[in-house]
Design a protein around this ligand. Sequence first.
Ligand code: FMN
Length: 213
Amino acid sequence: MSLMEALQWRYAAKRMNDGKVPRQSLDSILEAVHLAPSSYGLQPYTVLVVEDPTLRERIRCAACDQPQVSECSHLLIFATWTEVDGRHVDELIALTAAARGLDPKELEGYRQSLHAAVAGFATPEGRHHWAARQAYIALGTALTAAAAERVDASPMEGFDPPALDALLGLEEKGLRSVVLLALGYRDIGRDRLAGLAKVRWPRERVVLEWSGV
Ligand SMILES: Cc1cc2nc3c(=O)[nH]c(=O)nc-3n(C[C@H](O)[C@H](O)[C@H](O)COP(=O)(O)O)c2cc1C
């Protein structure tokens, strides 16, 4: 299946059939998350993978009772780091130097500009929104990777982040949930959206071939 066929095939399944996503497919999707690009390469988020059905049932209560939370195979929770500071920058610089066989001194100018960037958020909320945008890039990458694996993926903002964070003790871990992704298999019999035509604005409304002012 081509990438375009996969993107046509995918939809946000509302009902899933409890089928298990094989480890190999799950790993491909998680590796796509791992490889997602981010601002400065800081990847200021953690993705929690929840398989345990009992825990997913409890999470469903904090997620507007959406059935896909308990009917999926694995639930991914995209959570931003509540702190992003100079320590992360220094770690990233050390990692970059090691990965590319560089002397960290060669990256000093870059290190300083990254320090300025992470210190430059006006408020913690502003930093959170920046981190959330990075997490959403990983979400989009996961959606595409899931389609390529023929795994259904249902993104969800319909949940109560503070309630979920309290349930999982995320605040203590320096995390804040922003979006969920249920991975599994569509239940064609029960999902009223299965097989329906895609609904998108006309392409020229979404994409403008810009030819000047
Ligand atoms: C960030 C995000 C959050 C979403 N949250 C929910 C949700 O909480 N519940 C739900 O049923 N669908 C949710 N959706 C699914 C969208 O409604 C769906 O992607 C959109 O209608 C386009 O349809 P399609 O993905 O099936 O092609 C969400 C989608 C995205 C990208």
